[in-house]
Write a protein that binds this ligand. Sequence first.
Ligand code: 6PG
Length: 258
Amino acid sequence: MTKVEVFPNAAALNNEAAEQIARRAQEAVRRNGHCSIVLSGGSTPRALYSLLATEYGEQIPWAACHFFWGDERSVPPDHPESNYRMAMEAILSRVPVPAENIHRVRAEDPDAQRAAEQYADEIRAFFGTVSGQFPSFDIVLLGLGPDGHTASLFPGTAALQEKEKLVVTNWVEKFGAFRITMSAPLLNHAACVLFLVQGAEKAEAVCSVLHGAYQPEKHPAQLIRPANGQLLWMVDEAAGKLCRVGGDLVRNCRSLLR
Ligand code: 6PG
């Protein structure tokens, strides 16, 4: 089930996202004794992470939450571009999550393939699954690039074709670098995927992904359609301005919300 919610501004979006995460984390811990959360990188989620750290100390069972990353740049954990570093600064160093519950990608490994395989092993060990099985994360947070990428699934890259592995390396020509990313099949096994998208520079991508023709090679975020999970797009007015859903102002778009 796909839902799109448009929020008047980033603060309103982050407040609702925090409520969604807190509620789903509580439910998962009640049900399974733990909650597995996949964090997204980039800049958008930083404010949400900080909000969770400062306002949700009581509402989230931190000690039972396990954190993973949907993708990572091929840099050391203390590098300014590290998604791990951003999350540690914005939230994980500020809440009582046990160190063993933080499952980072060993992206400092010069052998990106080995790092990807090690990360897949760590995910399987956590879920107790074997090769060929896709575990189900409780909550996956994803962002959207202006080019329609999500995680490190970039347009025209090899990772878009991955059907079997949990985690792959992905050469991204425009960066001249490898990224390490969860595959679309793994992300699609999640119980809940939240896309958090803010800013006018994302408006074209939001419209193409949600309402354009299904062309995942060009708009990789279209690959993300959880088979049995919930998909919630949370966009601010600026990012949703070209195709505010709900039946009104939709220009040159066809609905993906079938
Ligand atoms: C990354 C992210 C990536 C990000 C989008 C949006 O490693 O950069 O995982 O998928 O979510 O590029 O980034 P911004 O939030 O910075 O716009």
